[in-house]
Design a protein around this ligand. Structure first.
Ligand code: SF4
Length: 145
């Protein structure tokens, strides 16, 4: 059983990474300059929601940093934001929402029509893992830590 789960997770991770890569290659002008304003959830009033596959990818990346537990969030910042360097700990594995929806200084949210096919694929991978709707970042990732 565990072996089957591992295979399903690996397939999901590969699929999610392909989607992130395809997004990078779309001719949509955006420029993340690592200002991290969008990582201050209390400030923006928005929290990224992750499908189950995205949560798996983010959790694996977080664990690869040697960390096990998400820190408390007294300032309302993303738990993946390094408290001293203010850099994203999982930047290459950051969720779709961090790439498309949250940052005014990077160019504002993508038009849904430009990425709707990728969202459908993210959802399909999440469903294949047994997930339903996308969930807020912390809750979604905690499941895999
Ligand atoms: S995952 Fe990274 S890019 Fe996304 S909100 Fe958190 S710190 Fe920012």
């Amino acid at each position: 059983m565990r072996r089957g789960e591992d295979h399903a997770e690996q397939t999901a991770i590969t699929g999610i990474r392909e989607i992130y890569s395809e997004l990078e290659n779309r001719p949509i002008e955006r420029s993340c300059t690592l200002r991290t304003e969008c990582c201050r959830f209390r400030l923006t009033g928005k929290t990224p929601h992750l499908t189950k596959g995205e949560a798996l990818v983010a959790a694996r990346a977080f664990k690869a940093t040697g960390r096990k537990n998400l820190p408390a969030l007294p300032e309302g910042d993303c738990p993946f934001l390094h408290p001293k360097t203010s850099r994203c700990l999982i930047y290459d594995s950051r969720p779709f929402g961090c790439r498309t929806h949250f940052c005014a200084s990077a160019g504002g949210p993508y038009a849904r029509r430009d990425v709707a096919d990728l969202i459908r694929r993210l959802e399909a991978i999440g469903h294949a893992l047994g997930g339903r709707d996308a969930r807020p970042l912390e809750a979604a990732v905690s499941e895999y830590l």
